[in-house]
Every structure is written in structure tokens, then in C-alpha cells.
Write a protein that binds this ligand. Structure first.
Ligand code: HEC
Length: 122
């Protein structure tokens, strides 16, 4: 009986609590983080130093026509999901060692989550 009560406590209190910890990122804060990317990336479909990041979530890595990607990114087989973006943005060179993206990465998981939430709606 005590065990059942404890289990109920865990389900009712801790589970919803942990869900809110894993809540989706904040796209408005992500827009501010994205300013660190705009030296190289735009969202209007045009390529600059880096490829356009318009509609990046869901597309294959290295697939924007007309952009000269590194062979490493083109042959990486990555599909840009929230998970793969988070791994790449933490430390681009750790995920794709020969990438031409000379950005050191976003060490903060909250920054990554927020910028990805922003990119999802762009
Ligand atoms: C100094 C310039 C520069 C900065 C700053 C930069 N990037 Fe990049 N990014 C690049 C380049 C160049 C590539 C192409 C890499 C390759 O071909 O290996 C790239 C590629 C990417 C890709 C893969 C796109 C695709 O079409 O496959 C993503 C996603 C990305 N960058 C996100 C970001 C985000 C988000 C930021 C900011 C947090 C950022 N980048 C900052 C230069 C930059």
C-alpha cells in the first residue's frame, strides 16, 4: 500500500515536473541567439558564407542548391532534426570534423534548444 502511494506520488509529481524541464525551446530568445549566426547565415533563401538556414529543420545536410559545401558535410548522411542540430551546434567540428563552418559552437544546452526552436519556425 505504501509502495503504491509512493508510486502515485512519483507519477503525479515527478513526471510532470521532468516534462516541464524538457520543455521546448523559446523561439524569441532563439532569435537573439541567432544573431551569432547572421555573420554567415541568412533566412531569406540566399546563401552567404554559409548556406541559407530557411527551412533547415527536416532537410538533408549539404542539400541547398548552389552552395559549395565541404565534402564532409555533403557525405555526412545527416538529416537536420532537433537532435542532430543540437549535436552539431554544440561543437560543429566534433560532429563533422572536416566541416567548413568555423563557428566554435554553442556550449549552453538552453541556447541550442532556443535557437533550434527559432529555426523550426523559419
Ligand atoms: C563563420 C561563419 C559561420 C557562422 C558564424 C555560423 N555558421 Fe553555420 N555554416 C557555415 C558554413 C561555411 C557552413 C557550411 C559547412 C560545410 O559545408 O561544411 C555552415 C553550415 C551550417 C549548417 C548546415 C546547413 C546545411 O544546409 O546542411 C547549419 C544547420 C548551420 N550552419 C547552423 C548554424 C547556426 C545555428 C549558427 C549560429 C549558432 C551558425 N551556423 C553559425 C558558417 C557559419
Amino acid at each position: 500500500m505504501k509502495k503504491a502511494a509512493a508510486l502515485l506520488f512519483v507519477l503525479c509529481v515527478l513526471v510532470p515536473g521532468s516534462r516541464s524541464l524538457a520543455a521546448a525551446g523559446d523561439p524569441e530568445r532563439g532569435a537573439v541567439i541567432f544573431e551569432r549566426c547572421t555573420a554567415c547565415h541568412r533566412l531569406d533563401g540566399r546563401n552567404r558564407v554559409g548556406p541559407t538556414l530557411h527551412a533547415v529543420v527536416g532537410r538533408n545536410a549539404g542539400s541547398v542548391p548552389g552552395f559549395r559545401y565541404s565534402d564532409a558535410l555533403k557525405s555526412s548522411g545527416i538529416v537536420w532534426t532537433e537532435e542532430s542540430l543540437a549535436a552539431f551546434l554544440e561543437n560543429p567540428r566534433a560532429r563533422v570534423p572536416e566541416t567548413r563552418m568555423t563557428f566554435p559552437g554553442l556550449p549552453s544546452p538552453v541556447d541550442r534548444q532556443d535557437v533550434i526552436a527559432f529555426l523550426k519556425v523559419k
